[in-house]
Write a protein that binds this ligand. Structure first.
Ligand code: PLP
Length: 459
């Protein structure tokens, strides 16, 4: 195969070093190490240009190749669709986009419309734009535009999505960010911002939303965006009541609730969507990664009827439609990939499988609880984190150097796991795991074994 496959490993490395700017990478390291170049994948295994194989326990690095590598039916379906009709702008419908929109709404009872775009960041941008325009249409004399977000949550790389992101590592150096975005503390019992402990905490982390709405002025706040389970910020699972309190506050002050399901959506946590573990009914749901298991880029912003209806209420106002476009959003090939991916999840009962294998994973990880550096093990479904601390009583995080060595010992055993983004400088101390939905028990055992060995040997 050409397109780079005709090059030798040495040529690939050389050309990579010369031309390719890797994401999230300090390129100085390539003075002393080779860039990793991934050339193949099958099931849960990837192979690099040097022929080394790895058990991929982060589903494509960023928790997205959920149904695993080598799903031929997705490739074939996309090929057939591209031959038939590759593209026409979504100002017109196309059969896969129509079918996908219907499917998304059916997976999310109570919703009415799916707005399709290309990435998680974009899906969130659309949600912010919908929120602002919704209130401008509804209350022309009010200025209800602010967006509240949570510390440690990540919502994307574009400027508004970044402004709604509670992770210093992602924001630093890009300021000034967009005005009108305000943060509240994370739902993070292990390091409660209020110094309380559950259940005697009165859900202060959720009630902080009300304090901020009141201090900003309820008439100025449009929406609250939140991940159902904080992903890159350290795998933080909220308590059962958290979202009930959030929902009540949002309803009280007419603040739209946006659930960012970019990571948790499509089965990752053992339910179709992460928020379905909780008693909550969001106004908008954004999704991306697991939607087509990243075989093609695609995302969506799915909303309840009242959001959409606001955009058709005043036909005399020729500007009162959602004035947004995304060239590739809803392209036929991407929608086909999503439909085929969802079919695989349904036909192979993968959401149920994630639940079962997730229970097995969390049970297996208990084996590591005895290591003095293990502060907390947490997760839901096939999505787990191990928070590492120097000292359990002070909860001082292990150093970045420790994390670097730990992960490289794990990788040296042919297993790839991840680590959290630095939400606060110095905090990089959660090992993250998001194996594919098709992972076997033996593969999970191998992953846990590799982490155990690394914990035993790291200095
Ligand atoms: N939202 C969450 C929760 C994410 O984890 C991510 C990416 O990791 C995004 C949004 C942004 O998605 P994308 O990188 O596709 O723009």
């Amino acid at each position: 195969m050409s397109y780079g496959y005709d090059l030798t490993p040495e040529e690939l490395v050389e050309k990579d070093r010369q031309n390719l700017w890797h994401h999230l990478t300090q390129h100085k390291i390539f003075d002393s190490t080779e860039p990793t170049i991934i050339v193949e994948g099958k099931g849960c295994i990837i192979k690099d240009a040097r022929g080394r194989e790895f058990l991929d326990c982060v589903s494509g690095g960023v928790w997205c190749v959920n149904v695993g590598y080598g799903q031929e039916s997705i490739a074939k379906a996309v090929y057939e669709q591209l031959k038939k009709m590759p593209y026409y702008a979504l100002s017109a419908g196309n059969p896969p986009a129509i079918k996908l929109a219907e499917k998304l709404v059916s997976l999310l009872p109570g919703t009415a419309k799916s707005y399709i775009s290309n990435s998680g960041s974009e899906a969130n941008e659309k949600a912010f734009k919908m929120s602002r325009q919704y209130f401008r249409l509804k209350y022309p004399n009010k200025d209800k535009y602010k967006i509240i977000y949570r510390h440690r949550d990540y919502h994307g790389t574009t400027f508004a999505a970044l402004s709604a992101t509670g992770q210093d590592e992602r924001r630093m150096g890009f300021e000034p960010l967009v005005p009108g975005f305000v943060g509240i503390p994370a739902a993070y019992c292990y390091r409660c911002s209020f110094g309380k402990s559950y259940p005697g905490c009165n859900m202060e982390c959720a009630r902080a939303l009300e304090d901020v709405i009141l201090s900003e002025g309820p008439d100025t706040v449009a929406a609250f965006i939140v991940e159902p389970i904080t992903a890159g910020g350290g795998i933080l699972v909220p308590q059962a009541e958290y979202f009930q309190v959030i929902q009540e506050i949002c309803q009280k002050y007419e603040v739209l609730l946006i659930l960012d399901e970019v990571v948790c959506g499509f089965g990752r946590t053992g339910k179709w969507f992460g928020h379905q573990h909780f008693d909550v009914s969001p106004d908008m749901i954004t999704m991306a990664k697991g939607m087509a298991s990243s075989y093609m880029p695609i995302s969506a912003t799915v909303c309840k009827p009242h959001i959409f209806e606001q955009f058709i209420n005043d036909p005399a106002d020729t500007f009162a439609y959602f004035r947004d476009i995304s060239t590739y959003g809803g392209s036929a090939g991407s929608c086909t990939a999503a439909l085929e991916n969802i079919k695989i999840i349904e036909e192979q009962n993968l959401v149920e499988r994630v639940k079962e294998m997730g229970n097995y994973l969390l049970e297996s990880l208990k084996e590591l609880a005895g290591f003095p550096v293990v502060g907390e093990i947490r997760g839901k479904g096939l999505f787990a984190g191990i928070e590492l601390v120097e000292d359990r009583s002070t909860k001082v995080p292990v150093s970045e150097a420790y994390m670097g060595k730990l992960l490289s010992i794990i990788a040296s055993q042919g297993v790839l796991v991840g680590r959290m983004n630095r939400s606060v400088p110095g905090f990089n101390n959660v090992v993250t795991m998001a194996p594919m939905y098709i992972v076997s028990k033996e593969e999970l055992d191998r992953m846990v074994g590799a982490i155990k060995k690394a914990l035993e040997t790291v200095q």
